[in-house]
Design a protein around this ligand. Structure first.
Ligand SMILES: Cc1cc2nc3c(=O)[nH]c(=O)nc-3n(C[C@H](O)[C@H](O)[C@H](O)COP(=O)(O)O)c2cc1C
Length: 344
């Protein structure tokens, strides 16, 4: 595809990831496995294996399997709060991944240095301006700026606020990829014009033939409206909840009831805070796997971004990428034509 406008805008993203199209399929636990990752890379874009908290040997196996399916570059997405995180970091360093992505919380500067010393390009998620600035200070090669409209674990700030706080101010210092809320080529075009080096999509890639998620999971995505992808509520600061954006289902209703019950018990002195907190944390353990792999869409976790309202059709990965690129290039050419009378 000939894409002169895109090429003039996304060269930094292309160079950093060493790809044709700096469109990333974000890591999604249980979803981003070798089949989906290799399909995205073979289509000219970029993807990351999600390692969640898998045993380190399973991560090594998935890296090998992905390499068997594609010779193109891909990343591993490390969750810094996962119990196996440090072992995952060792594996990706030993395996010489070309790109390492830190997600979940704040990686330590020494960990970033170690990852960079292995020869990898290092990207880190940022969901607040403070975190973004800290990651830039720690020397990351690129940022993934993720707004709270995204699917999965989310930060507290909406994308457009982060774009104004970080993208507009720091895109000349470090390549910035925008995650959350992106589902169309038109949107991608405007983000590139705003200074983004590329984009990251998650929800839209669930709706692909190559995504291994259970057909029930995809069917819920097909039916859902944007407003159905809700952030998990927290009713009282005594019982903190790590916010996750997911489709509402019977599980989310039960989770609300559990919190209310626990708060009543706390008020009555029938339970201590630690035990109550443990019950909150225990509620969703294994729930994403139940939904993605087993197809339990009633009680499993249906993590999804608000872009679910824009992803109604299951398509081959290649078609998704082609559509994003074609629509983005067309939008940029329309803008260029609109501005032509003002060019000096
Ligand atoms: C089902 C699902 C699982 C996800 N799991 C992870 C994960 O394990 N690690 C991570 O860093 N991000 C995870 N994410 C976030 C995605 O990588 C991506 O940044 C996000 O989906 C982008 O926003 P969008 O949903 O609007 O496309 C997940 C998202 C979804 C929808």
């Amino acid at each position: 595809m000939i894409t002169p406008c895109l090429d003039s805008l996304w060269s930094r993203g292309k160079e950093l990831l060493a790809v044709q199209y700096p469109i990333m399929c974000g890591a999604m636990t249980w979803v981003s496995e070798p089949n989906l990752v290799s399909a995205v890379c073979e289509a000219g874009a970029f993807a990351s294996l999600a390692c969640g908290n898998m045993p380190p040997e399973e991560l090594r196996r998935q890296i090998a399997e992905t390499r068997r399916r594609t010779s193109r570059p891909f990343a591993v997405n490390l969750i810094t709060v996962a119990p196996n995180y440090l072992q995952h970091l060792e594996v990706v360093i030993e395996e010489k991944l070309p790109v390492i992505i830190f997600a979940g919380s704040v990686p330590r500067d020494v960990e970033i240095e170690k990852a960079k010393a292995s020869g990898a390009k290092v990207l880190a998620f940022a969901s607040t301006d403070a975190l973004a600035k800290r990651m830039i200070r720690f020397g990351v090669d690129g940022l993934i700026l993720e707004g709270s409209e995204a699917g999965g674990h989310i930060g507290p700030v909406a994308g457009p606020i982060l774009w104004q706080q970080i993208l507009f101010r720091f895109s000349d210092q470090v390549p910035i990829f925008i995650a959350g809320g992106v589902a169309t080529g038109k949107m991608m075009a405007h983000l590139l014009l705003m200074g983004a080096a590329g984009v990251q999509l998650g929800t839209r890639f669930v709706m692909t033939d190559e995504c291994v998620a259970h057909p029930n999971f995809k069917e819920e995505f097909r039916r859902a409206q944007a407003r159905d992808a809700m952030a998990s509520p927290q009713f009282d600061s005594r019982l903190p909840v790590i916010p996750v954006r997911a489709l509402k289902n019977k599980g989310t209703v039960e989770f609300g009831k559990l919190q209310i019950e626990l708060l009543k018990k706390l008020d009555a002195g029938e339970i201590d805070r630690e035990t109550a907190q443990l019950e909150v944390e225990r509620f969703w353990i294994g729930a994403l796997r139940r939904a993605v792999i087993e197809g339990d869409v009633e009680y499993g976790s249906l993590m999804a971004g608000q872009t679910v309202g824009l992803a109604d059709e299951i398509m081959p990965v290649r078609m998704v990428i082609q559509e994003l690129v074609t629509d983005a290039e067309r939008e940029l050419q329309l803008i260029a034509a609109r501005l032509q009378p003002f060019a000096s």
